[in-house]
Write a protein that binds this ligand. Structure first.
Ligand SMILES: NC(=O)c1ccc[n+]([C@@H]2O[C@H](COP(=O)([O-])OP(=O)(O)OC[C@H]3O[C@@H](n4cnc5c(N)ncnc54)[C@H](OP(=O)(O)O)[C@@H]3O)[C@@H](O)[C@H]2O)c1
Length: 305
């Protein structure tokens, strides 16, 4: 049974009022955006069913076992759910194959609103999750597709960049000096909560960025300043990047990710949007603040201003 009760009042949001919702299914609830979305929904008094392959208990949420590749897990996950946050199966070049049967079952089970996590680099009808984006409005009257830029947490969490920063003091990309509107996963979650719970659904895609576009050289400089440990950005060619990635992920996916780096080098991600401000009523967090929050060693004294 859900462990939270309904909120006592209707909080006002920048984009409208938020009513008491039924139960929200959060797929990927143990992950970078799903975990933060779950925590924010719980804090706002909403009921959450937290889905993952191991039904991991999360404070205030009802855990449920769910696997995109095991349709026998769909029914329990969807029981009594009226909205869903969808993190696609990770690293699958054709996520629609696993997602579409689930989404049809979700609609039949009474889900009215779906919020899909996609990417700024993938437009409607594009590769991978782009096909699911295209299908979403035909399945749900209320929907949103979140299209965040690259996550700031790639440099602070469990991502390969964060690992190589910790082990070698290096960030390796084929993005050159191309700039990206890196976004804080906390801001993505804040927008996800608005998209899931506001009385009026966005019914559109939302490109999410931080407040400024930064190169990986800029990121290395900021991480160096915040941690006090030197970090450098190694500029790889597209081919080197693709081959390094192909050692750990399928070749098709490696080529897709390396191609995204090449597009960044050509300026494809050099932009910022006002989406976080518009939906949450506050500006997005800058990378420096996120790095200080998540990377600054506890034992280091605060630096003089
Ligand atoms: N990193 C970036 O810069 C960036 C930028 C834009 C978009 N994105 C997109 O963000 C998505 C990743 O989101 P995230 O960072 O929030 O997640 P994440 O931290 O990568 O975690 C993945 C989540 O998915 C769950 N999961 C994995 N395989 C599953 C399966 N077969 N069935 C059900 N659940 C499964 C995991 O839970 P369990 O392990 O508990 O099952 C976990 O909660 C990707 O689609 C990526 O394209 C990333």
């Amino acid at each position: 049974m859900p462990t939270t009760s309904a909120p006592a009042e209707r909080p006002m949001t920048p984009t409208g009022t938020t009513s008491v919702t039924g139960t929200t299914l959060v797929i990927g609830a143990t992950g970078t955006t799903g975990g933060r979305t779950t925590a924010r929904l719980i804090a706002a008094g909403h009921r959450v069913r937290a889905a993952g392959r191991r039904a991991t208990p999360l404070p205030g949420a009802e855990p449920v076992r769910f696997d995109w590749y095991d349709p026998t897990t769909f029914g329990d996950a969807l029981d009594g759910v009226d909205r869903a946050y969808l993190v696609p199966p990770i690293g699958d070049p054709d996520p629609a194959a696993a997602m579409m049967p689930f989404l049809r079952q979700a609609r039949a089970a009474g889900v009215r609103r779906a919020v899909l996590l996609s990417s700024s680099a993938i437009s409607e009808g594009g590769p991978a999750v782009g096909a699911v984006h295209q299908a979403l409005p035909g399945l749900f009257d209320q929907w949103a597709v979140l299209r965040p830029s690259w996550f700031m947490q790639n440099f602070t969490g469990a991502h390969a960049h964060a690992d190589s920063i910790r082990t070698d003091g290096v960030i390796r990309t084929a993005a050159g000096t191309g700039r990206i509107g890196f976004v804080d996963a906390d801001d993505i979650a804040a927008v996800a909560v608005q998209a899931l719970t506001n009385d009026r659904a966005p019914n559109t895609d939302l490109v999410l960025t931080g407040p400024e576009a930064l190169s990986h050289d800029d990121i290395a400089t900021i991480v160096t300043r915040v941690t006090g440990r030197p970090v450098v950005h190694h500029h790889l060619t597209y081919e080197d990047m693709r081959d390094r990635l192909a050692a750990v992920i399928p070749p098709e996916f490696a080529a897709l990710l390396a191609g995204m780096d090449r597009a960044i080098a050509e300026g494809a991600e050099d932009r910022t949007t006002d989406t976080v401000q518009r939906l949450t009523g506050r500006p997005p967090n800058p990378f420096r603040a996120v790095a200080e929050r998540e990377l600054r060693p506890a034992h280091r004294a605060p630096q003089a201003p």
